[in-house]
Design a protein around this ligand. Structure first.
Ligand code: ZN
Ligand code: ZN
Length: 226
């Protein structure tokens, strides 16, 4: 006699209609009920078969910024996800593909971002809307966390990073600049690139260095602890 409640834990599962195999720890795309919506992203925590041999996956959901309580904010990247504390058991049939959720640092180092590339720098508590870490380094005059999708230019002097719009420069001009000095470091040089100085790569900003002294910002100021 087989106990009906007993489930068999599986090492892997092959996505239906593909030769792709998923394992525990993999990130997967799961079909949304609404076909208009993008697939859900989840991390596989366990793969099991029920007594009828239907494969099920225990998953930990990634949330997109628009699915979080605070909504999408300016500094959220297009491919940004939050690792939530929301777990679920789903039929493995809803898995439609694999994807890669990079660390923030690795994501910024990608030569090109493919459709299956995502990144995660925050964990998210679904019940409270809280983030971990709840403080991140901020950059520019607007004091925003870094959005890897936005072009930024680095000041040669203070090494802070700036959005062209925040320093009143057109993107085209920033892209052509050999070097940049922010208004605080060189007020007279703010509308002209200096002939000296090192070449500034303004096309794809690298992950900014730590700002010294570190500037910090609550990710969601509404949730600040009193
Ligand atoms: Zn800015
Ligand atoms: Zn500066």
């Amino acid at each position: 006699m087989v106990n009906k409640g007993v489930k068999k834990v599986l090492d892997s599962y092959t996505i239906k209609g593909t030769n792709k195999t998923i394992k525990v720890g993999d990130a997967v795309l799961m079909r949304a009920q609404d076909p208009e919506k993008p697939p859900y992203v989840a991390r596989v925590e366990q793969i099991e078969a029920d007594t009828k041999n239907n494969a099920k996956v225990r998953v930990r959901w990634y949330y997109r910024p628009e699915e979080s309580m605070g909504g999408r904010r300016q500094f959220h990247g297009f491919k940004e996800l939050f690792l939530s504390d929301h777990y679920d058991v789903q039929s493995a049939d809803t898995i439609e593909g694999k994807c890669i959720v990079h660390t923030f640092k690795n994501y910024t180092k990608l030569e090109s971002v493919a459709s299956e590339d995502y990144f995660c720098r925050f964990e998210y508590k679904a019940a409270t809307g809280g983030f971990t870490p709840d403080r991140v380094a901020v950059y520019c005059k607007c004091e925003m966390p870094y959005n890897p999708d936005d072009l930024m230019v680095q000041c040669e002097e203070c090494k802070d990073w700036f959005h062209p719009s925040c320093i009143g420069l057109p993107v085209d001009q920033v892209k052509k600049m050999e070097s940049y000095y922010c208004p605080d470091c060189s007020p007279q040089a703010q509308d002209k690139s200096k002939p000296t100085g090192h070449k500034v790569s303004s096309s794809k900003p690298k992950l900014p260095q730590k700002v010294s002294p570190p500037q910090e910002l609550k990710v969601d100021p509404k949730r600040r602890k009193k």
